[in-house]
Design a binder for this molecule. Structure first.
Ligand code: HAM
Length: 442
């Protein structure tokens, strides 16, 4: 047997998923704050639904014919052979919760928002991952085009707050009531009879399950046919058309620009009437940053009372990529203020109490580590880019003092030990301190 040690290959993340390292968490934190702020201003409250649900919820809710259900779900059986699925989107779970917890008893409409990871077995590429974060808004219990308008405005406002709204265009369409859509889908299927051979494999498959998806296929031949296909507007019902006109009036009134796109259908089956997407002006439908629409039939479809609803969701990774592309920087709360360096065990003991006091005062502090010389510790302090270092040598311990060193100017002062926190607060300034409080307990 060979004595040679076998080299262990390091583990990597599974394909299509990624870690969120501290630098990217700063973006997440900022985006989450913007979303929460805009949500609260408009009366939305946060909801989290489980990471996995019974598979049927999505097959029924999102639709058997959708790409998400037919190809992209992470489905597994638990030990009792129940079929479960990692949530590929947020709306079905929120609607399940609305029904399960009797949220129809709350004042209507119920306004909910979320910021959650979702999972789709997509082909990984730029902006397309197998685990991705979405924030989303759902308004359940009211049908009014003024709500659709406010929701689209909210989506756009968040992009404005994040500094990237100028890169996106609101694409808007109405896809009518389910009845109108059924008639239209029949007309589409009739149109494609005999033309199957000109379609891409994907569209040939979709033709019988979800013919409307043929309209937004990116393949050239499919696009040519889509242009000749019957137009949805000729099949739309009066109610949907009126609803849509009113929505546009409201959008015009609030000065929100949009592009009417009769080909826009969205990839989830639950929509009816309003649909919209936020498209990258340079990339079009590819890598939309967000999308949504009205889903008046979904609550009933999932076992609740007939209840109208509208919502949207946006992809956080795509937002971060665009913020980086635009060189937008977010505040970093991670920088350290103070490093505490010490020499000898007695000094180290004193340091621990001091570090605790500094942190309580809102000063971001690290230190009391290692056995190196003061110079070696100062080098560590430099690497962590702290503003001040507190030095405690044998003399200082004996005297009950400490040295505060300004790391940029290289100057230092000696202060009594008990005055160190006070002096550092003075030097740093109140504004810089990390004094977040979660609020008073009631
Ligand atoms: P969706 O259009 O499927 O809608 O997804 C919304 C956004 O999630 C997309 O625009 C995109 O930014 C992001 N996204 C989707 N898939 C991926 C992926 N594989 N990798 C990275 N980002 C991705 C929905 O999910 C609906 N539930 C929206 C909604 C809410 N409709 C009504 N209420």
């Amino acid at each position: 047997m060979s004595d040679e040690k076998k080299k262990i290959e390091p583990f990597l993340t599974p394909k299509g998923v990624h870690d969120i390292l501290p630098q990217d968490h700063e973006f997440h934190t900022y985006i989450k704050k913007v979303v929460r702020h805009r949500a609260r201003q408009a009366g939305f409250r946060r909801i989290s639904t489980p990471i996995f649900e019974y598979t049927d919820l999505f097959s029924r809710g999102v639709g058997e014919g959708s790409d998400i259900v037919s190809k992209e779900m992470y489905t597994f059986e638990d030990r009792k052979e129940r079929s479960l699925t990692l949530k590929p989107e947020g709306t079905a779970g929120v609607v399940r919760a609305y029904i399960q917890h009797g949220l129809n008893q709350w004042p209507q409409p119920v306004l909910l928002y979320y910021y959650e990871p979702h999972f789709r077995y997509d082909r990984p590429q730029k902006g397309r991952y197998r685990q991705f974060w979405q924030f989303g808004f759902e308004i359940i219990g009211e049908s009014d085009p003024a709500l659709d308008a406010q929701l689209i405005q909210l989506a756009y406002k968040i992009l404005e707050d994040l500094g990237i709204a100028n890169l996106f265009d609101i694409q808007l369409n109405t896809i009518g009531t389910p009845d109108a859509r059924k008639r239209y889908m029949q007309a589409l299927q009739d149109f494609y009879v005999g033309k199957e051979r000109s379609l891409c494999e994907n569209c040939r498959e979709r033709l019988h399950k979800n013919p409307m998806r043929l309209l937004d296929c990116k393949e050239e031949d499919c696009q040519i046919l889509a242009k000749l296909a019957p137009a949805m507007k000729d099949y739309l019902d009066k109610e949907s058309l009126e609803y849509h006109d009113e929505l546009k009036e409201y959008l015009d009134e609030i000065g929100l620009k949009y592009t009417e796109n009769p080909q826009l259908v969205r990839g989830l089956d639950y929509y009816g009437k309003t649909v919209f997407e936020l498209w990258d002006k340079s990339e079009g439908a590819q890598n939309a940053i967000g999308g949504g629409g009205r889903y008046d039939g979904l609550i009933e479809l999932l076992g609740g009372q007939p209840t109208p609803a509208v919502g949207f969701a946006a992809g956080v990774e795509r937002i971060i990529a665009n913020m980086k592309k635009e060189k937008i920087r977010v505040p970093s709360k991670d920088e350290l203020h103070v490093f505490v360096a010490q020499l000898g065990k007695e000094a180290k003991k004193k340091c621990l109490g001091l570090i605790d006091d500094l942190r309580d005062a809102g000063i971001k502090t690290m230190g009391a580590l290692g056995k190196g010389s003061i110079n070696e510790q100062l080098r560590i302090a430099h690497k962590f880019k702290v503003i001040y270092t507190v030095l405690l040598g044998l003399t200082e311990v004996r005297e009950g003092t400490a040295i505060i060193r300004d790391m940029n100017k290289g100057i230092q002062e000696k202060v009594p030990m008990e005055k160190v926190p006070e002096r550092l607060v003075e030097l740093l300034g109140e504004d810089r301190l990390d004094k977040y409080t979660p609020g008073e307990l009631i």
